[in-house]
Design a protein around this ligand. Structure first.
Ligand code: 5AD
Ligand code: SF4
Length: 432
């Protein structure tokens, strides 16, 4: 009988990618996936540490799963919470059997075998000199929209962020390795590849190649239809990358470009390396080559010292840029970051009020962006089943979730869809 693996992933797309690679590595060792935790032999939780709520969720989830699971099942925790907490995590929850950091998960099959031999709780959370990518198997299965990590870690040290501590310093994978993985994903069924990195546009390859050059190389892969990338750091955008949006049809007209705040004073305190004016120039440069490009961003409200006037400047920036979609958060003081020690922390109720106001504006912009596509015909890559039987969900080039009536066998296809209606969060359409 094969061993069963139940996986739950928290947080960002990099975590979804890491979970997939862990799954593929364990499949080589005879595991198969289940979506029922009660049947699992291994329960794997891949964790996120970016905001307070993300880490809290982990410990309540462990408690819940421990009651449901088979007695013999192991609880394995991976991801950024492990890196941030180190050995402390085993003390915080006696239910965890194995803990493995984001740079060590290639050792997971070996750690499980060791646990089964020695029955002692294990943790590995260091930054090894060898790259985990060297010893992971190539993906054999893939969804139509696949993720591929090309760059990892961050040297920017934004004053609020844990990523430089949990993911380590910046590292670019060699382009040869990326192309081999991209081809394997396409062979396994991927139609779209999302190139991932905490600072994806800081990727650099041999002979001074940048992300734009890499995208052009990936675009040459036969059978691959769409390319995306995320997350970009504004001041590191090159003209070459912008030009790629004009000369590479497979590159989708969408850019996630987090500004975080619309006040230069706040950006300085956040240690972001650009001004609001510089950010808007970059947006304009993208729009000059792809006037239809969808722009999205992350925002943090209630950063220490943020005044009402600073916040108003964020609203004004949003009014000027006009976002297609966005993610916005209340500032969360993360242990070990400079911003957690800053004076002038903003009261919770002020943060809440600002977040509600900002989200209302962002939502109305998202609705406007979506409504502008009603009546148009757009290509949609069908990637998931809908909530209702007989429906599938897919994405337009602009990353709008779109619901259509379609048989299950069309999953993974790109279809022409006439958009019938739009809300702030999704489109509905008919295949033509
Ligand atoms: N508090 C609130 N939001 C944060 N983010 C990162 N760290 C924090 C924090 N301490 C947000 C940023 C980032 C996104 C991934 O998460 O907006 O772009
Ligand atoms: Fe965190 Fe800033 Fe690096 Fe993004 S650029 S991962 S927000 S430190």
């Amino acid at each position: 009988m094969t061993q069963k693996l139940y996986v739950k992933t928290f947080g960002c797309q990099m975590n979804v990618y890491d979970s997939n690679r862990m799954i593929q590595a364990l499949m080589v060792h005879g595991f198969s996936q289940t979506d029922d935790p009660e049947k699992a032999d291994i329960i794997l939780l891949n964790t996120c540490h970016i905001r307070e709520k993300a880490s809290e969720k982990l410990f309540s989830e462990i408690g819940r799963l421990a009651k449901q699971k088979k007695k013999s099942a192991l609880i394995v925790v991976a991801g950024c919470v492990v890196q941030a907490e180190g050995r402390e995590i085993l003390r915080r929850s006696h239910l965890i059997d194995i803990a493995v950091g984001p740079q060590n998960y290639h050792q997971l099959p070996e750690l499980i075998a060791k646990y089964n031999r020695e029955k002692g709780r294990l943790i590995v959370a260091d930054f090894p000199t060898e790259s985990k990518f060297d010893s992971l198997p190539m993906p054999k299965t893939s969804s139509a929209n696949a993720f591929l990590a090309i760059q990892e870690g961050c040297d920017n040290f934004c004053s609020y962020c844990v990523v430089p501590y949990t993911r380590g310093c910046e590292y670019s994978r060699p382009s040869s390795e990326i192309l081999v993985e991209a081809k394997a994903l396409v062979k396994a069924g991927a139609k779209e590849i999302m190139l991932l990195g905490q600072n994806v546009n800081c990727w650099h390859g041999d002979e001074g190649k940048d992300l734009g050059d890499l995208i052009r190389d990936v675009a040459k892969i036969k059978g691959l239809k769409r390319i995306r990338y995320t997350t970009s750091y504004p001041s590191k955008i090159t003209q070459n990358l912008i030009n790629t949006h004009a000369d590479t049809p497979k590159l989708m007209p969408y850019i996630h470009l987090p500004i975080q705040a619309g006040s230069d004073k706040t950006l300085r305190a956040m240690n972001r390396q650009y001004t609001v004016a510089e950010y808007e120039e970059i947006v304009a440069a993208f729009r000059s080559v792809r006037p239809d490009i969808a722009i999205s961003s992350d925002f943090i409200v209630g950063f220490p010292g943020e005044t009402e006037e600073d916040f108003e400047q964020t609203l004004a920036l949003v009014e000027r840029v006009k976002y297609a979609s966005s993610y916005s958060f209340k500032f969360s003081a993360r242990p070990g970051t400079p911003a957690s020690l800053m004076k002038n922390q903003i009261p919770e109720e002020v943060k809440t009020r600002r977040l509600i106001k900002l989200q209302k504006l962002l939502q109305s912009q998202q609705r406007t962006f979506n409504e502008a596509t009603v009546g148009k015909v757009l290509d949609v890559l069908l990637t998931e089943r809908g909530k209702v039987k007989g429906q599938l969900v897919g994405y337009t080039p602009y990353m709008q979730g779109t619901v259509v009536r379609a048989p299950l066998k069309m999953l993974g296809e790109i279809v022409s869809v006439k958009i019938i209606s739009a809300s702030a969060t999704a489109l509905t359409g008919e295949i033509i």
